[in-house]
Design a protein around this ligand. Structure first.
Ligand code: ATP
Length: 341
């Protein structure tokens, strides 16, 4: 697809001596453990392909060691891929020369890291303006831009503070602001909130959602936390041992987990918060004339209407009747959740 913001095709990263000679041989089909045993090489990312649409929030999720960081670092060649193609906004990253790559990194992508990576001797405003400074933007102009972004992420009043005078959550806001100041077409997040307290973490997730609504940036977000993935992601890619296990929308991942690994992840998720009516509706039997609900409406949000109505409600996809739901269909999901608690 040429209109993708990011296109990844058959991406591999194998660590170790002789890694370049493995792809295309039968050894490439070995499991990670078998390959390590036989060759000493470790598969970080194994033949992963996906497309991210402009404006999409695409989450990469998996347990520790599943290859998330390697994957996201391969996107800008912070780690050199062993094979495959990465195209950002039509630019082929893997084939780019050093100079082109520097330019692509500066102008098309920004990364937010877990350990903020702020410059300790620079005030907030100059940390935020740093990328612009590197691009040669004049001081007045970059300060004006940085001030605008500082206010956008809720840090007005802290422009002249130093990073160590700020809390973890605020430092990560500076990290966010710095990434946004470059006005990249693609924002990459590598577990940015993992080190934050749960409440601050929730605030920062909401901040990302708000900024996404305001700015509509394409985002690739790495996390090991399924709740975070479900909250932020338009789609979620689940990895295990370097391999892609499933790509789907939150309701697809929870409603139809690809295997037991994904099922295990999703077993604790409150289903009514994620599943849409599409997953709980039944075939319409005979004529129904109850209230009309959309198939992509979240079960919890539709529950009140269904429970208040005597008899089945209609579920439509656009104008087309696709099913019916009644109290029992809703309660089945909610009661399953209660028995999990
Ligand atoms: N430089 C390296 N040399 C050898 N093996 C590596 C290297 N970097 C990563 N690996 C291995 O590649 C695999 C994937 O690691 P990666 O850090 O990408 O996983 P992750 O899902 O991001 O995990 P975490 O959440 O713990 O960071 C792991 O088995 C790791 O040990």
């Amino acid at each position: 697809m040429s209109d993708s913001a990011l296109s990844v095709r058959n991406l591999w990263k194998i660590f170790g001596r002789g890694a370049d000679n493995i792809i295309g041989t039968p050894d490439a089909d070995l499991s990670r453990a078998e390959l390590k045993e036989k060759t000493g090489c470790v598969v970080g990312v194994k033949d992963v392909s996906f497309e991210v649409a402009p404006g999409e929030v695409f989450v990469v999720m998996g347990l520790s060691g599943s290859g998330k960081s390697t994957l996201v670092r391969c996107l800008t060649r912070l780690i050199e891929p062993t094979a495959g193609e990465v195209v950002i906004d039509g630019h082929d990253i893997v084939k780019a020369s050093e100079a082109e790559l520097r330019d692509l990194r500066r102008t098309h992508t920004s990364m937010v890291f877990q350990h903020f990576g702020l410059l300790p001797h620079r005030q907030v405003i100059d940390n935020v303006a740093y990328g612009l400074e590197i691009r040669g933007v004049k001081k007045k102009e970059r300060r004006a831009k940085a001030e605008e972004i500082v206010s956008l992420v809720g840090l007005s009043g802290y422009e002249f503070s130093y990073p160590d005078q700020l809390s973890g959550g605020m430092q990560q806001r500076v990290g966010l602001a710095r990434a946004l100041a470059n006005d990249p077409s693609l924002l990459l997040f590598d577990e940015p909130f993992s080190a934050l307290d749960p409440l601050i973490r929730r605030d920062m997730q909401n901040e990302v959602i708000r900024l996404h609504h305001e700015l509509g940036k394409t985002m690739v977000f790495i996390t090991h936390d399924l709740q975070e993935a479900l909250k932020l992601g338009d789609r979620i890619l689940i990895m295990r041992d370097g391999e892609l296990v499933q790509i789907g929308t939150p309701d697809e991942v929870v409603g139809a987990p690809a295997d037991d690994y994904v099922k295990d992840f999703t077993s604790e998720v409150p289903k009514s918060h994620v599943l849409t009516l599409k997953w709980v509706m039944r075939e319409p039997d005979g004529t129904v004339d109850g209230p009309v609900l959309q198939a992509d409406q979240i079960v919890r949000d539709a529950a009140r209407v269904v429970l208040d109505h005597q008899g089945p409600c209609r579920v439509v996809d656009g104008d087309r009747l696709v099913g019916v739901v009644d109290d029992e269909d809703i309660l089945r999901v909610v009661v399953a959740e209660e028995s999990m608690a």
